[in-house]
Ligand binder design. Structure first.
Ligand SMILES: *Cc1c(COP(=O)(O)O)cnc(C)c1O
Length: 224
């Protein structure tokens, strides 16, 4: 199957209202251009330099989503054009995104990455720590940041019940945070990857991040 066919069949399978972020990290611009020709506009990258390079080479109506851990000193490079930063996991990072957005005269949509997996290798906010910060006013003085929702990565396991529990948890965290701290713009639940997105959608995801099922296996050695 070609990238184009993979995009088309994925879009056909996704229920209405679930948006697709095609995760193009490590894949060449030619593969992204092929997905673009099939109508895909949202792409996910996890390295700022790679995103900047691809942004420079590809059509300007592409929406670039940062999905990987982001160091504060790398925000500057993507701030002029990035569409959404999904991997926001610290107050320091939020502050830098806010100031870089303001410097560029724009706002940047962000998702709060929540730690839902049992494995402690996964990044993201601890929900209790995050709620304490929000109670203390986190985010209230950030004109450059639009809080759009939550993102999470489930445990990488064949145990479907565990994955389902983690996705349900993220869905309920989204509702709690939206009702207590945010407004109707806080509408996005980004969960589900190539191996688990049908479960995520069943649990209320409205944004899936799919890489290898569209572009094939990643070859890190050959990455841009
Ligand atoms: C790489 C990555 C994906 C896509 O993973 P696949 O298994 O290739 O679909 C999704 N989300 C995040 C945060 C990633 O880093």
């Amino acid at each position: 199957m070609s990238v184009k066919e993979n995009i088309r069949s994925t879009l056909e399978t996704l229920p209405a209202g679930v948006r697709l972020v095609a995760v193009s990290k490590t894949h060449p611009t030619e593969a992204i251009a092929e997905a673009y020709e099939a109508g895909q506009r949202m792409f996910g990258e996890n390295r700022p330099q790679e995103m900047v390079a691809k942004h420079g080479l590809l059509p300007k109506d592409i929406e670039w989503h940062m999905i990987g851990h982001l160091q504060t000193n790398k925000v500057k490079g993507i701030a002029p054009f990035v569409s959404m930063i999904q991997s926001v996991d610290s107050e320091r990072l939020l502050n830098v995104i806010n100031s870089e957005a303001v410097k560029n005269g724009r706002t940047i949509d962000i998702l709060l990455e929540i730690r839902i997996a049992r494995e402690d290798t996964k990044s993201g906010w601890d929900i209790n720590g995050l709620r304490t910060l929000l109670d203390n006013g986190l985010g209230r003085q950030m004109p450059g940041v639009v809080f759009r929702g939550v993102m999470g990565i489930a445990t990488n396991t064949d145990d479907i019940r565990l994955v389902r529990d983690e996705f349900r948890l993220l869905k309920s965290i989204h509702e709690t945070l939206r009702d207590k701290y945010f407004d109707s713009r806080f509408d996005t639940v980004s969960m589900g990857m190539s191996g688990d997105w049908p479960i995520a959608v069943e649990c209320g995801s409205n944004m899936v991040r799919i890489g290898s099922a569209i572009f094939g296996e990643r070859n890190y050695a050959k990455s841009l």
